[in-house]
Write a protein that binds this ligand. Structure first.
Ligand code: NAI
Ligand SMILES: O=C(O)/C=C/C=C(\O)C(=O)O
Length: 487
């Protein structure tokens, strides 16, 4: 168990604060550590360090030099693999197996991918005719956008943090990151990693704390911050957007989802069931991409629902170190209360609960934790709160549909527009779904299969902008067009 107080990392040094707060284990509810809470002066110091570093040696690095730094960070992250796994598992209660195969490898991959992307990115140039019959050369120069505030949630803490930090550093920015108050530990290890990889002081700064009236709010409204990148709840995005508007700051928002899955009768049902088990229940359903609304074509609706419920009934609970787990606790007792509240609401709204709808009782220390049972529901109308609001737990409502147009209409009838998973053997339909669905990401016969060069983000209440590949370079840089009259 971690016992120290976790500290901020500002200008290359770990520093404390007058205030701190406890971090509790989602597995047992016991205290894991205390965490320093940044006040306004800590955030001022972090932003000042980041601004100062923009004028230091970091400003003179080339893209290839920064790519080399990113690769050293990836190497160091792999050297500290076990520490990162331990930090991530302690904070979230996720299975060690998952942290070892998804969260931590993806952190190293984020640094390597953006090292490659920034090394290979071509510039833009145009030869332009002039009135006198000569030529002018227009070319675009990418420059760092400046100090970037990176605000991330607790569900995939290291994965989401590095998804933003890596491209920002690749572009020559400096960052002040604020991880979720629920998951401070892997960010603290990352601070050691970037220091040991040779990042100059002030380029990467870390402040801990909460959102409103705390580190998060101080950071996003700070005049020394040039751009804000945020992943989290849509309502929080709206609040941060108001601060950003006051300061005319660039924003990139990856927000919530109420994602649809669509299973056509021609699908490989074994693959569709297995894929939906993943898309609904991975990480305790706490991924913005998770399927919470499932539409199944009528001829296979009953069979599919029964098979999905059977798989949920077989859910394997255990301790994070156990092999073969298919469940994990939610992040906190507060979040468990929210999810159990939705389970009650679903019943009140008239749902049939095929499996779950409650929490397990272990008879050991895990009863102090934040576990719930995976839940499969049917019978609710499209306009119930259960079917419209993001629950962010291991729960999925299944409804029948008759034809393709109806499936897309049902899926699109949402305030959100992040992701969809479509299961079909019909190639034409697979491509039609890509155009018909009003979301940023459509997976066909798979889910959460990522290529870090591709655009990532959502429509409607699910976000503003896209990150990934060249889209990230666009967000994390300013562009100056230079026009030279060549005579
Ligand atoms: N990716 C997603 O779609 C996620 C959705 N959620 C949903 O959001 C709900 C609340 O979870 P939270 O962790 O509280 O999400 P949140 O969106 O409130 O917090 C995410 C991050 O933003 C910070 N933050 C909160 N308010 C802020 C403010 N006014 N200014 C600056 N920073 C601020 C938090 O400290 C945290 O680091 C969950 O129950 C879940 O339903 C949570 C995490 C991720
Ligand atoms: O793969 C990614 O980059 C992101 C995955 C998940 C989220 O963004 C989220 O759960 O918020």
């Amino acid at each position: 168990m971690v016992t120290d107080t976790l500290r901020h990392f500002i200008d290359g040094e770990f520093t404390g604060s007058a205030k701190d707060f406890p971090k509790l284990s989602p597995v047992t509810g016991e205290m894991l550590c205390r965490v320093a809470e940044a006040g306004e002066s800590d955030v001022d110091d972090a932003v000042a360090a980041a601004r100062q570093a923009l004028r230091g040696p970091w400003a003179r690095t080339t893209e290839l030099e920064r790519a080399a730094v990113l690769r050293r960070v990836a190497d160091e992250a792999e050297r500290r693999f076990d520490d990162l796994v331990a930090a991530e598992v302690a904070d979230t209660g996720k299975p060690v197996d998952q942290a070892r195969t998804l969260d931590v490898p993806r952190a190293a991959a984020n640094f390597r991918a953006f090292a490659d992307i920034v090394s290979a990115a071509a510039g833009e140039s145009f030869l332009t005719g002039t009135a006198g019959g000569g030529r002018a050369l227009n070319y675009a120069v990418r420059k760092p956008v400046g100090v970037v505030a990176v605000i991330v949630p607790w569900n995939l803490p290291l994965l989401l943090l590095t998804w933003k930090v890596a491209p920002a550093l690749a572009c020559g920015d400096t960052v002040v990151v604020k991880p979720s108050e629920e998951t401070p530990s892997s960010a603290a290890v990352l601070a050691e990693i970037v220091r040991d990889a040779g990042l100059p002081p002030g380029v990467f700064n870390l402040v801990h704390g909460f959102g409103p009236d705390s580190a998060g709010e101080y950071l996003v409204r700070h005049p020394g911050v040039d751009a804000i990148t945020f992943t989290g709840e849509s309502a929080t995005g709206a609040t941060i957007g108001r601060s950003a508007a006051d300061g005319v700051k660039a924003v990139s928002f990856e927000l919530g989802g109420k994602n649809a899955g669509i299973v056509f009768a021609d699908a490989d049902l074994d693959a569709a069931v297995a894929g939906t088990v993943r898309s609904a229940f991975t990480n305790g359903g706490q991924v913005c991409l998770c399927t919470e609304r499932l539409y199944v074509q009528r001829p296979v609706f009953e069979e599919f629902t029964e098979r999905l419920a059977a798989r949920a009934r077989e859910a394997v609970f255990g301790w994070p170190t156990d092999p073969g787990l298919t469940t994990m606790p939610l992040i906190s007792r507060d979040h468990r209360e929210k999810v159990l509240g939705y389970y009650r609401l679903a019943r009140d709204e008239g749902a049939e609960v095929h499996v779950g709808g409650d929490h397990p009782v272990f008879g050991d220390a895990r009863d102090g934790g934040a576990y719930v049972r995976p839940t499969v529901l049917t019978g609710l109308g499209e306009h119930t709160r259960t079917n419209r609001e993001e629950i962010f737990g291991p729960v999925c409502h299944v409804a029948p549909f008759d034809d393709e147009d109806e499936a897309y209409a049902l899926a699109n009838d949402s305030d959100y527009g992040l992701a969809a998973a479509v299961w079909t053997r019909d190639v034409g339909r697979a491509h039609r779904a890509g155009s018909a669905l009003d979301v940023g990401l459509v997976w066909v016969n798979t889910w959460f299969l990522r290529d870090l060069r591709s655009p990532f983000g959502g429509t409607k209440a699910s976000g503003i902008g896209r990150e990934g590949g060249l889209r990230s370079l666009d967000f994390y840089t300013e562009t100056t067009n230079v026009c030279v009259d060549l005579g």
